[in-house]
Design a protein around this ligand. Structure first.
Ligand SMILES: Cc1ncc(COP(=O)(O)O)c(C=O)c1O
Length: 435
């Protein structure tokens, strides 16, 4: 196999055996039970840990541990911490329990999958990228969050080029893989931010595999409850935990889950030397969020589907982007690879920018439900303007080409009552045309 990553062939073999499945999801019952676990761990608010003796310290620095504890989680918190270790374990099980089960059944002796929790989603993305690229290589990226987009572009000065392609078009993906020399990774979001386009993970993974290119999926919008990218052929998954996993906008965090040899031999050295480590308290908050993730996802998916249907029928709404609507261009793909369609909606009012701004300003008032704020996945609904906020860093021509118009409004549906949200939205739209 032709690949620039020495860890890839071994992973490829294990991926075919354990990761790809016809079944799309972990059962709701098992997901809920893993998420809740046996209760939250204590917060180990310490920066450094004492060793039993010099031999113990030296062994921990070599990554060895007799007790079964993660060795790097008991040296110095920049390298790892027991509270963060708990979160790494639970997140990795939610994404990959089926891989663990299959590997154990096959009596696989060596670990297959590893995970690392970061201080933010961007830290997770940046460190994964640094672990994969080198000068002279290229990144193939889909439409991605504004800071991911600008981070990829910033690597030009190190000799790493980024090419942005339409990941909903398998032919375009195939062409890009064939034409672009030295591709270090293919990175995409699905559903993407903010236009909620869906990429066919199964189809794309078959193409990346032909070229030995790792497929990295930012699964922030779906979470492993709605979509399990490893079953569909992904090689590495990333989430911003700040969003649905935390669920209450009380901390910032990120996670990377990937092949054991990649995480241990390539990602961990970047982690150790860059210092993108979360605080133990933030890891604890995110672990608390995991316990209710499935319930909150079920609720926001049901609410967003209903609200998207109502928006689509509203005479003042020009376009609605929601993967659960039959009118969505990739509705069939979403149905195939997602358990439900998520809590994010994007839409445009008739007349675009001006009424859109008046609508969002309406929600800036404390008397209305929702907040005029970026971020997503919280108990509270958020409304925001991608072109001037989350995606303002994307060059204007690229924004337009990707459908991030001046009039586009993004709505993160929260846990409020649907009728309360709809009543406020109707009122906001009416106000937007009163001038
Ligand atoms: C899809 C997606 N990925 C990554 C990030 C970055 O995450 P964080 O803000 O935790 O750094 C965001 C933030 O909005 C996002 O929406």
């Amino acid at each position: 196999m032709k690949t620039m990553h020495e860890w890839y062939p071994r992973w490829f073999e294990r991926k075919q055996k354990y990761a790809r499945t016809d079944e799309r999801f972990l059962s709701e019952d098992r997901f809920a039970s893993i998420g809740v676990g046996i209760g939250l761990p204590n917060i180990v608010q310490k920066s450094t840990f004492s060793f039993r003796n010099v031999k113990d310290g030296a062994e921990r620095f070599l990554g060895k541990s007799k007790s079964g504890e993660k060795p790097y989680a008991r040296i110095y918190t920049r390298l790892g911490n027991p509270t963060t270790e708990y979160l790494e374990k639970v997140l990795f099980q939610l994404d990959c329990q089926h891989i663990i089960d299959a590997a154990l059944k096959a009596d696989e002796r060596k670990p297959t999958i590893g995970s690392l929790v970061f201080a933010s989603g961007m830290a997770a993305i940046a460190c994964t990228t640094f672990a994969l690229v080198k000068s002279g290589t290229a990144i193939l990226s889909g439409n991605v969050y504004g800071c991911t987009d600008s981070f990829f572009r910033s690597l030009e000065k190190f000799g790493v080029t980024s090419r942005f392609i339409d990941m909903t078009d398998l032919k375009a993906v195939e062409r890009a893989l064939e034409e672009t020399p030295h591709v270090a990774m293919l990175f995409l979001e699905t559903p993407d931010n903010p236009t909620l386009q869906i990429s066919d993970l199964e189809g794309i993974s078959r193409l990346t595999e032909k070229h030995g290119v790792p497929l990295v999926v930012d699964n922030t919008f779906a979470t492993p409850f709605l979509q399990q990218p490893f079953r569909l052929g992904a090689d590495i998954t990333i989430q911003s935990l700040t969003k649905y996993v935390n669920g209450h906008s009380t901390s910032v965090g990120g996670v990377v889950i990937g092949p054991w040899n990649f995480v241990g031999d390539h990602l961990f050295p970047v982690y150790k030397d860059h210092g993108p480590t979360p605080s133990p308290f933030d890891s604890w908050l995110n672990a608390q969020g995991v316990q209710t993730l499935h319930l909150r996802m079920e609720r926001v998916c049901a609410s967003a589907l209903e609200l998207a249907r109502r928006l689509e029928k509203h005479p003042k709404v020009a376009r609605v982007y929601y993967p659960g609507l039959p009118s969505h261009p990739q509705h069939a793909v979403a149905k195939r690879q997602m358990r439900a369609f998520g809590g994010m909606i994007a839409f445009e009012l008739q007349g675009g920018y001006e009424p859109g701004v008046r609508l969002m300003d309406y929600f800036a008032s404390y008397t209305t439900p929702m907040e005029l704020a970026v971020s997503l996945g919280s108990a509270v609904s958020y409304i925001q303007h991608p072109a001037s906020m989350t995606h303002s860093g994307v060059p204007e021509a690229d924004r337009r080409a990707r459908g991030i118009t001046e009039g586009l409004v993004r709505w993160s549906v929260g846990l409020e009552g649907v009728e309360t949200l709809w009543h406020a939205m109707e009122e906001g739209i009416a106000q937007a045309y009163r001038g």
